[in-house]
Design a binder for this molecule. Sequence first.
Ligand code: SAH
Ligand code: SF4
Ligand code: F3S
Length: 445
Amino acid sequence: MRYHLTTFGCQMNEHDSERMRGVLEDLGYSRVDARDEADLILFNTCTIRGSADERFLGNLGDAKRVKRERPDALVAVGGCWAQSMKEQVFREFPFVDIAFGPSEVARLGELVARERIDAVGAFSFDGAFSGSLPARRERAHQAWVQISVGCNCVCAYCIVPSVRGRERSRPLADVVGEVRALAADGVVEVTLLGQNVNSYGRDLPREERATFAELLRAVAGVEGIARVRYTSPHPKDMKADVIAAMAECPEVCEHLHLPAQSGSTRILKAMRRTYSRERYLDLVARLRGAIPDLSLTTDLIVGFPGETEADFEDTLRLVEECRYDGAYTFLYSPRPGTEAAERLPDDVPAEVKRERIGRLVEVVQRTAAERAARFVGTTGEVLVEGPSRTDPSKLRGRLRQNITVNFTGTAAPGSLVRVAIEGATSTTLSGRQAGAPAPADLVPA
Ligand code: SAH
Ligand code: SF4
Ligand code: F3S
């Protein structure tokens, strides 16, 4: 049996897909590159913006064609879009055989088997946590580790809480156990994943309760793990203990993805982000004070209901003031069932949204290019990931600051090397390998 999997959405989904592969391959399925050759056509879907739905539906149309040509093939749809549709998937898309929500990865095998027997449409939407399933890692030396699922925030624009449910944390011992096993398997860099990582642990039973800062220190202490990253934190939960753990653990990288969403206090309030522009800026100042050479990235939404030119200019100035190393910029997209979609008119005209995002991207790129230029002439520690995507004669890796470096060198994937940085664009750096790393770089004190 052969399967074909297409993944949409965030790192959470990428990681869930690794587990889908794990579940299927343990059942004897093998991966195939062409949808036309698959016995099981599987999608892991996202529904964060209207554009995510559209991209997926285009692919689903292709699966319909395959199903018409080969009615024996199974079409399975998992993830956030599937959860938002529930059984309605089968009514609107009758060629779909299996549908399941984002916390049902463990049931995938069972669903496939059930569908083969019953042929009526197998589905499952209210499963429990599946954080410790076998996974087929996409990268040998880097791994994602899920520390929580779901989100208790009520950001007015966001559909995630309704499709991923309430926040549930994995016990610290489970997370550390998984990281130990990964280290034993050759992993040197882990990225802790959650919708709001730094509210981690509050839901755990009293005897297992732990904070995100404690978790960060415990993971950083696992032998063999040279780098720890995490995404995404919520600014409201970024407390002094987390900043201290970042500053004090040499394994925790100098990069933070700190979603701001807007630079206007008025809009932040309407978004229910629970911090003001001033508090966000104050947080950034404290982070920069504690963690020298921190690289900072963010998410920004343009055209939220009621956003005026003055609000938007506050966002532009936020980018200038925070000096982001990069930012994901999104056009506001009303999502069914969210507070913003139900209660606030989508009143920023499409052409104004487009004009604003154009100006925003310009400022983001200029700032990012200025920031990247600070590395030129320095030597940094790079974790080698493989050949460069643009020039296979070169290697590709990442600085601790999470910036991609394409460089001339001979090191094997998974090794940490010193690279002399010689050039910069707004998104990548270039350079050449500068000899073996000093022991101090490999074994942080
Ligand atoms: N849990 C993460 C990310 C969630 S989704 C966090 O809170 O950081 C990733 C990004 O998509 C969000 O940060 C936000 O910028 C954007 N986003 C979410 N809903 C959106 C919507 N309805 N329209 C436009 N952008 C949206
Ligand atoms: Fe969505 Fe807000 Fe939760 Fe992030 S913190 S997933 S933006 S509700
Ligand atoms: Fe999309 Fe679900 Fe992630 S909606 S962004 S895949 S949590």
